[in-house]
Ligand binder design. Structure first.
Ligand code: PMP
Length: 320
């Protein structure tokens, strides 16, 4: 039996007990994946919980909805408030995963979905590591499946139906004994993981597939790009070929759930010496400092749930 990870769920403007947060089996989104969603993390620090890049995530949800012509009954700031009120109502004080979702509900199964009403929910629950914390990195494979994208669907939208593609690749990888799959795009170039963006390092140059490579515009990717620029490291957003993957010095995934995850091997070929490399370790540490509030420059990305000011967190951190 599935055990409820939270007491309350936010549903269409109300906070309801977990067991009442149900949807009819005739919901349009269940049949066709007609919805958009987000994945957000919150980190616990002392008595406070800080949500990481809350507004940026909900802005991306607004953008995904616009791309799919899904009329959302709440704006970005109302959704941000709803997230905070849900975490408070659950009285969470641990690190969390937060999942806002909007989908077409009850209104028939016509593929002309324009008149099917849109429902919005938010679920939040305690969450620690996405990948096995007992391993120093990931052994991954290149998927036999290609990443979906233009001109069939807009990969930049975080849409529910798109994830059937990720489920195929991730299940195939797990069955073959890998930790994660890496997609190539329709052109055969490097794209992204099933829920992560990828970076490679070769001779000091850090490269990541550009937005034109059918990737999701990851918010962790964006944070890492900012860090790379701050650190005056060399970065290229460009086409990355499969051969470059096998010959790089370092590779790592980035994602809200995955954070910065070193890649140790690709298709059983070791990346570099098969251990997390120096650039990966440095960016991983810097990312951790950002999300845990020890980097003053990035405090703007942390939204407190219970009202602690960001600079009070920093002061407390510096005293540790
Ligand atoms: N690509 C895909 C397909 C994803 O699902 C995710 C997770 N949202 C990412 C990349 C990473 O994006 P973010 O850093 O915003 O979590």
């Amino acid at each position: 039996m599935f055990k409820a990870p939270a007491k309350y769920v936010w549903m269409d403007g109300e906070i309801v007990p977990w067991e009442n947060a149900t949807v009819h089996v005739f919901a349009h989104g269940l049949h066709y994946g007609t919805g958009v969603f987000e994945g957000i993390r919150a980190y616990s620090m002392k008595d406070e919980v800080f949500v990481f890049r809350l507004q940026d995530h909900l802005q991306r949800m607004m953008d995904s909805a616009k791309i799919y012509s899904l009329p959302l009954p709440y704006n970005r700031d109302e959704m941000c408030d709803a997230v905070l009120s849900l975490v408070k109502k659950n009285d969470f004080h641990s690190s969390l995963y937060i999942r806002p979702i909007a989908f077409r509900g009850l209104g028939g199964i016509s593929l002309d979905a324009r008149n099917v009403p849109v429902s919005v929910s938010i679920i939040a629950y305690p969450f620690q590591k996405y990948f096995d914390p007992g391993k120093s990195g990931l052994d991954i494979c290149v998927s036999t499946w290609r990443r979906l994208g233009e001109p069939a669907v807009p990969a930049m939208a975080k849409a529910c139906g798109h994830y059937i593609n990720s489920v195929l690749a991730r299940s195939e990888a797990s069955e073959a004994g890998f930790d994660e799959a890496l997609f190539l795009n329709k052109d055969g170039n490097v794209c992204e993981g099933t829920g992560e963006n990828i970076f490679i390092v070769k001779d000091g140059l850090i490269s990541t597939p550009s937005l034109a490579s059918d990737i999701l515009k990851g918010i962790t990717r964006q944070t890492i790009i900012e860090l790379i620029e701050d650190d005056h490291l060399r970065l290229a957003e460009r086409v990355v070929t499969r051969a470059e993957l096998y010959s790089c010095d370092e590779a790592f995934f980035t994602g809200t759930a995955a954070e910065v995850a070193p890649i140790l091997s690709i298709d059983r070929k070791p990346v570099g010496n098969g251990k997390p490399g120096p650039v990966t370790l440095r960016l991983g540490k810097e990312y951790e400092a950002i999300v845990t509030g020890t980097n003053q420059r990035y405090l703007k990305h942390l939204t407190p749930v219970y009202g602690t000011r960001q600079h009070d967190l920093l002061a407390a951190r510096l005293q540790e």
